[in-house]
Write a new protein. Structure first.
Length: 340
């Protein structure tokens, strides 16, 4: 059993098990590879101290991120999303040609390219060597490494400290978030801003998008758990936006305690809504687990009835989320003829 990633609580409460699962993005080349495919437990647990939801088993990050297949720019909607984000951050914080933006988990440079086109200096940090190479070919300076102290020591002498550090759909992928935030504070200017975007677990519960759960996502954040975390690092959440990506995400703006940005009322509003929704109580998550099992049973029955009618089933798209659904519901080629 793991300890809480935020507060180190050792008495976490497991509320959902999806069984033994292969890694969601490790697609196999042939059926001959199936017997040797590694599988790992996939389940969620709750910390009643800091209110974090996280995986109850951790796969070493090197197994998942050193050679990565997900390339952000292949999705037109994501390119558009990050272009809009760059424009928002650029104007919100008055960036210019002397400003530096550093993106953690920068993938192929999908966010940094629009920042660069706005005239801002950019540096990406990307652990997957194949993806970092694509970013460099796209003209985005990229450090091929995990975001660590060594990274910070490379960036500061050459570029100075950062005005903005971003981490989009990556903060949930990091096992040691304490080390990351210590390094963020080292790299960030005193009035700098840390902007993170992540799948919002309240939306996951509301919409039953449990296929968002897979081994790459170590943590499943609410604003409540993040607020606890950043306060303990003497940082302050001062603004929040709800965005549509990944079935519902939050974009959270964080500053050092000496930062000058006023705290937007929306922060308190969301914290109040989360409390009323029940994020502080294990009962919310136990109910969610019950509903997940109902969805599984209903889907299996639905597929069985379609096949009994002599109809065929095909699939469209092959996202990581699909692998959670297929493996959890034990859906295979006897039910689905093909996937495009």
């Amino acid at each position: 059993m793991v300890n809480c990633r935020i507060c180190n609580n050792q008495e976490l409460k497991t509320f959902l098990s999806l069984g033994e699962m292969p890694l969601a993005n490790n697609f196999l080349k042939s059926l001959d590879d199936v017997p040797s495919e590694e599988k790992f437990p996939l389940g969620l647990c709750f910390c009643d101290q800091c209110k974090l939801v996280q995986l109850n088993y951790i796969v070493p990050p090197e197994k998942m991120f050193k050679d990565y297949v997900y390339v952000s720019s292949t999705s037109p909607s994501f390119r558009s999303h990050f272009e809009d984000m760059a424009k928002v951050v650029f104007s919100k914080f008055g960036l210019d040609g002397s400003s530096l933006v550093v993106d953690i988990g920068s993938n192929d440079g999908v966010l940094l390219k629009p920042f660069k086109s706005l005239g801002v200096q950019v540096v990406g940090v990307e652990p997957a060597s194949n993806i970092a190479k694509i970013a460099e070919e796209n003209g985005v300076e990229t450090i091929n490494d995990f975001f660590n102290e060594g990274c910070v020591q490379k960036i500061i002498p050459e570029h100075g400290k950062a005005d903005v550090i971003t981490a989009n759909n990556v903060f949930a992928h990091i096992p040691d978030i304490h080390e990351v935030v210590i390094n963020v504070k080292s790299l960030l200017k005193e009035q700098g801003v840390f902007v993170i975007e992540f799948q919002y677990f309240v939306d996951t519960v509301k919409t039953m998008t449990f296929d968002n759960i897979y081994h790459e996502h170590f943590s499943y954040y609410t604003l409540t758990s993040l607020n606890y975390f950043f306060k303990n690092h003497e940082m302050q959440i001062f603004d929040v936006q709800h965005v549509d990506t990944h079935g519902g995400s939050l974009r959270v703006y964080v500053q050092k305690l000496e930062g000058e940005n006023p705290v937007n009322d929306v922060v308190g509003d969301i914290l109040d809504k989360e409390s009323k929704f029940g994020v502080n109580e294990i009962s919310l998550y136990l109910d969610f687990a019950t509903d997940v099992k109902k969805v599984k049973a209903n889907l299996i029955e639905y597929i069985k009835n379609i096949l009994l009618e002599g109809k065929k089933i095909s699939g469209y798209g092959a996202p990581a989320k699909g692998n959670t659904l297929l493996n959890f519901c034990r859906i295979n080629s006897s039910q689905i003829d093909y996937i495009v």
